[in-house]
Design a protein around this ligand. Structure first.
Ligand code: PMP
Length: 380
């Protein structure tokens, strides 16, 4: 037998197949007749004509790519304008735009902590936060989900630099973090608070200004937030928002900012236009929340088990991973696209379907979605 350095991959693939956990890529058609309840396009902006026109215009003016890292040739006036607009809209002193929300979390966590510091991280935090903790070389205490007292206790056990980190809205179940309690624990223990508002921006707060605005904590001392431009803003990219001196520090210290090519101008232009739209049409945020509540109430009335949504994500329980996969496939066959979460994406072992309550869903589409989900539901 010739030496095969990848034979272990075949063994892993077999194990995955035996467990029914193989993931496959399926290209999405540009225009399908499917009703989309799976994407993160919460406000229905990714195809808004003003947003796509802004993307095209930015590419024509600045080029298809950023051409270099932000500190070399990758910063344009558009990036600066977007940073100013994001900071202003969300109520923070300054902002820094990166190529993704993932990179934003890595940047904030690695630049604000390090060897000798402590990070206190919610057990339900997104994978990009988990990876940022690992990359930071800080000691990490993973604490019970949504439990400010557990955070306080962990912070109290440490002398020196500390930071607590949480999703504002948890990406799988759509429940919100107890931000006032977490901010209080951080304030009294002298720690920074980092809030990943990927699922709050555009949905929570006044006109979609985010979870920290909703909690009255935007721009607060010691508070930093990360965003993605790829959900409510319908574009691509990420950002860190916080006090100006924190943002200046990131420019000098965050490796996923310094060594990464700047955000493509088209993505910056699209995100900026979406922010303008949010200002012009502040009712979009409330509409996403109303659709989420309507979906939740009707699914529950139909006998399905769902988590009460705090933002635009509605999570529906499935009896097993297999059942979740079959259920999602049946929904697709019936014309509805839903997200399907199963281990290892959900470490608690509870598989579920994840529905996104887009602001632009009509009453009729909500009714159709509920009826299909009920008709195709597995019997547990
Ligand atoms: N944080 C959370 C909570 C997310 O759900 C996501 C996206 N799935 C990210 C960060 C990463 O953002 P991006 O897709 O822009 O890298």
């Amino acid at each position: 037998m010739p030496f095969d350095p990848f034979d272990w991959i075949d063994a892993e693939a077999r194990r995955r197949a035996d467990a029914g956990l193989v993931r496959t890529l399926r290209p999405r058609p540009a225009a399908s007749g499917l009703l989309d309840l799976a994407s993160n396009d919460y406000l229905g902006l990714t195809r808004h004509p003003d947003v796509t026109a802004a993307a095209a215009g930015a590419a024509r003016r600045w080029g298809a790519g950023a051409t270099g890292s932000r500190l070399v040739t990758g910063s344009t006036a558009l990036h600066a304008e977007l940073e100013e607009a994001l900071a202003e809209f969300c109520g923070f002193e300054a902002a820094l735009v990166l190529s993704s929300g993932y990179a934003a979390n890595l940047a904030a966590l690695t630049a604000l902590t390090g060897h000798g510091s402590l990070i206190v991280s919610d057990a339900g935090n997104h994978a990009s936060i988990v990876d940022g903790c690992r990359l930071s070389r800080a000691a990490t205490a993973v604490v019970a989900h949504a439990d400010p007292e557990a955070v306080r206790k962990a912070l109290r056990s440490h002398e020196g630099r500390a930071l607590a980190v949480t999703d504002s809205v948890f990406s799988v179940d759509g429940d919100a973090a107890p931000l006032p309690g977490l901010a209080d624990a951080c304030r009294t223990e002298g720690a920074a608070l980092l809030v990943d508002d990927a699922h709050g921006l555009g949905v929570l707060g006044e006109g979609g200004r985010g979870a920290l605005d909703a909690a009255g904590l935007a721009g607060g001392e010691g508070i930093v937030t990360t965003l993605t431009l790829s959900k409510s803003l319908g574009s691509q990219g990420g950002a860190v928002l916080g006090p100006a001196r924190v943002i200046e520090h990131l420019v000098n210290a965050a490796r996923t900012f310094i060594f990464d090519t700047g955000l493509a101008p088209a993505a910056a232009g699209a995100a900026l236009e979406s922010l303008r739209l949010l200002r012009r049409e502040p009712e979009r945020a409330g509409r996403a929340r109303t659709v989420a509540t309507a979906l939740y109430e009707r699914l529950t009335a139909a006998g399905l088990t769902a988590v009460r949504p705090d933002a635009a994500v509605v999570s529906v329980r499935a009896p097993s991973a297999d059942a979740a996969v079959r259920w999602a496939a049946e929904c697709r066959a019936a014309g509805i696209l839903v997200g399907c979460f199963r281990p290892p994406s959900v470490p608690d072992g509870v598989s579920r379907l994840r529905l996104t309550a887009r602001a632009d869903l009509t009453e009729e589409q909500i009714a159709t979605a509920v009826s299909v989900l009920r008709r195709t539901a597995p019997v547990s």
